[in-house]
Ligand binder design. Structure first.
Ligand code: LLP
Length: 432
């Protein structure tokens, strides 16, 4: 059953989010619309920050991974909740600063940051840059020296753990465009280079082993490898790396097949392992950073669409045509991502149909879900797609010149727009 802290069914049998009727929200704000239970997002932020207190005695920080959903409101919320932000582009840095987010709590990621982005980040005074490759190290060192600054660096390390194979393996991730490999000695070489480079200070190591992970083992293994590397660095260079960023990747529920585990079940064994290796190798427990994105916002939003047509092809399938699609949610076309779809006005009634939900783009692959069980819908009904809070709006496009949807938050029982619906005028704004 989909009912959660954010979603419920009211007396009329309608789906609610944050206590408000989704059919009324669709009528008020129009469709397609993405609606967040903002109290739920805040709750998730607090779960993470409290877990840093519980498992690391407060010696750490949670960075919300902006890429999951980035706008002024999300940056303000992260600021209110005393978090940092993982940002991956000049655009995300700009958004955060425009929201009044303190630059020194921005952590700038990316495998190919441009010269302009690096100069912008250094000038703004970002808290740290997560360095990805040797050319970038040279670039940062040069810009910092030229401008009389010291860049605080993390090095992105590939711990050699592929969390997406059934039995995760320790070599798979060497084939990744991100970061420095441990096995080849590349990572140690870069650590030494960083320690010897002018204008930079090595403050931490970073790893991120993947996304939508349910198993705790790869996280524990990654923590073990990274702590071991901190000890190896101390042994070889005498330098004690003070901070360790363990990335994000915690899984959420999209369909009934997903069975996310409580946050404590990740945090406890990982922190145990960090302390175990610290003791065994006699290195201090580092300041710990986490970078959850999906698990902060993903399950706290629904996208509401209006059904325009129901096309039954006897013996083949039934297409339900909606007024959005891959433009606002490309995750099915990209990853065949599973979703739960509901007839918003009959959310409490059992499914009596199996349909393919199709978007409105001129593209046969523009689907939101295939073979989805649903309570029968017809033209004019509101169709809700659950768990669309992460990597939907942030990956939205204007394919076919379809304006991006509005985004609404429900907070304390009040709904308000946080991103206005795009207009046709905005679509031609940059055209010359
Ligand atoms: N830190 C780093 C360095 C990352 O690359 C990512 C995600 C995160 C943190 C946050 O991971 P999360 O907690 O959200 O799993 N577009 C894909 C997901 C791409 C994830 C990219 N990196 C999707 O829609 O499933």
């Amino acid at each position: 059953m989909f009912v959660s802290e954010s979603l419920n069914i009211n007396e009329q049998g309608h789906l609610t989010i944050g206590g408000l009727d989704t059919t009324a929200l669709a009528a008020e704000f129009g469709t397609p619309v993405i609606v967040y239970d903002w109290d739920g997002v805040r709750r998730n932020c607090r779960r993470f920050t409290e877990s840093i207190d519980r498992y690391y005695g407060g010696n750490g920080r949670v960075l919300y991974a902006s890429k999951a959903f980035c706008c002024l409101a999300s940056c303000r919320l992260a600021h209110e909740e005393n978090m940092g932000l993982d940002v991956v582009s000049g655009g995300e840095i700009y958004t955060a600063l425009a929201a009044g987010f303190p630059a020194d709590r921005l952590y700038f990621h990316g495998n190919n940051k441009s010269e302009q982005e690096l100069a912008y980040a250094l000038d703004a005074g970002v808290g740290a840059i997560v360095c990805d490759n040797p050319e970038e190290l040279a670039r940062i060192s040069r810009i910092a020296t030229e401008t009389g600054k010291t860049a605080r660096l993390f090095l992105r390390i590939k711990p050699g753990i592929d969390a997406h194979t059934h039995d995760f393996i320790r070599t798979g991730q060497i084939d990744s465009k991100f970061g420095f490999a441990l096995e080849t000695g590349e990572a140690m070489k870069q650590v030494k280079k960083t320690l010897a480079s002018p204008g930079v200070e090595l403050v931490g190591l970073h790893c991120h082993i993947g996304s939508q992970i349910f198993d705790t083992k790869p996280f524990v293994e990654a923590a073990s490898v990274m702590m071991g590397f901190i000890a190896d660095i101390r042994d070889e260079t005498g330098y004690v790396v003070p901070q360790l960023d363990l990335g994000g990747g915690f899984g959420i529920r999209y369909t009934e097949k997903d069975d996310p585990i409580p946050l404590d079940r990740y945090m406890e064994p990982v922190s145990d392992e960090v302390r175990r290796v610290a003791k065994e190798r006699s290195v201090p427990v580092p300041f710990i950073l986490l970078e959850p994105g999906r698990s902060i916002v993903g399950a706290e939003a629904v996208t509401l669409y209006t059904v325009g047509s129901v096309k039954e092809i006897p013996g083949v399938r039934t297409y339900v045509g909606i007024d959005g699609g891959m433009g606002d949610n490309p995750r099915y076309i990209l990853y065949q991502a599973g979703y739960t779809v509901l007839n918003a006005a009959k959310a409490g009634e059992p499914a009596d149909d199996v349909v393919t939900v199709a978007g409105k783009c001129c593209e046969s692959g523009d689907l939101i879900q295939e073979n989805a069980p649903i309570r029968r819908v017809e033209a004019g009904d509101v169709l809700a797609v659950l768990s669309t809070g992460a990597y939907c709006y942030s990956m939205a496009s204007n394919y076919n010149r379809i304006p991006r949807p509005a985004v609404v938050k429900v907070e304390g029982g009040q709904a308000s727009v946080i991103i206005r619906r795009e207009t046709p005028e905005q679509l031609i704004e940059n055209d010359v």
